[in-house]
Write a protein of this length. Structure first.
Length: 214
C-alpha cells in the first residue's frame, strides 16, 4: 500500500498528523507492506526568505498582541504533547520552506528511508528544538546528519533541482481538492484530511487494504 502525505515543514498539525499515522501503523498487521511518500505543500509559497519569529508573524497576521499569539499556540502544544511531541512553538522562526521541500524530495529519491528520516529530523528540529531549517547550510547539515552526502545536498540546493517537483505536488493537491495540510491519500483512492486520531487512521488503513484486496 502506498500512502502519499502532503505537508508543510512549518505546519504544526502536519507533524502531529504524521505521528498519529505512525501510531496507527504500529498496530497495523500489514505495516511492512506500506510505503509512505512525502509530497510538498507550501502554506505560504510567497513567504519571505528572511526569517522572523513565528509568534511575531502570527501577531502581525491576526492583528493581536504577542501574548495573544502565544495563547493561540497553547492548544496545539497540548495536542502535540498528547502524542509524545514536545513542541517549543515560542522558539520557532517563520520562513520560506521551498528549499526544505526540495531537499526532502531529493533525499527521498536517493534513498526512500533516508527521506523519511530527514523529514522527521526537520520536523523535530523545528518544532521541538526551535532550530532554523531554511538556509542551504542548515539544510545540508540535516542531510549529512542522517547519512546523506552534505556536499551533494549543497550542490543541489544552490541550483533549482526539484523546484518543479514542489510545484507539481502543489498542483496535484489542488486537483485532488486539497485546501490545507496535512492531507493523506491511501492507495490513490482514500483521502484523510487533517491531523486525525490514530483510531481514524487505523480504520482508513483497514478500509484501503480491504478495498485493494477485493
Amino acid at each position: 500500500m502506498q500512502i502519499e502525505v502532503w505537508s508543510d515543514l512549518v505546519c504544526p498539525w502536519c507533524y502531529i498528523g504524521k505521528r498519529q499515522l505512525e501510531i496507527a501503523l504500529a498496530s497495523f498487521e500489514h505495516k511492512d507492506e506500506v510505503t509512505i511518500w512525502h509530497r510538498a505543500y507550501q502554506l505560504n509559497p510567497s513567504a519571505s526568505t528572511t526569517t522572523q519569529p513565528t509568534i511575531e508573524m502570527l501577531a502581525d497576521k491576526y492583528g493581536v498582541s504577542v501574548d495573544d499569539a502565544r495563547s493561540m499556540q497553547r492548544g496545539v502544544t497540548e495536542t502535540a504533547a498528547s502524542v509524545g511531541l514536545n513542541y517549543q512553538l515560542d522558539r520557532t522562526l517563520s520562513g520560506n520552506t521551498r528549499d526544505g521541500h526540495r531537499l526532502v524530495l531529493w533525499a527521498q529519491e536517493q534513498d526512500h528511508a533516508a527521506g523519511e528520516r530527514l523529514l522527521t529530523s526537520l520536523f523535530s528540529a523545528y518544532f521541538e528544538q526551535g532550530l532554523p531549517i531554511f538556509e542551504v547550510d542548515e539544510l545540508a547539515g540535516f542531510a549529512a546528519d542522517i547519512g546523506l552526502d552534505g556536499n551533494a545536498a549543497i550542490s543541489m540546493l544552490t541550483g533549482e533541482d526539484y523546484a518543479d517537483f514542489v510545484l507539481r505536488d502543489q498542483e496535484i493537491a489542488r486537483a485532488l481538492g486539497c485546501t490545507g495540510v496535512p492531507f493523506f491519500v491511501l492507495d490513490e483512492r482514500f483521502g484523510v484530511t487533517g491531523a486525525q486520531s490514530s483510531e481514524l487512521f487505523g480504520s482508513a488503513l483497514a478500509q484501503a487494504w480491504n478495498a485493494a484486496a477485493q
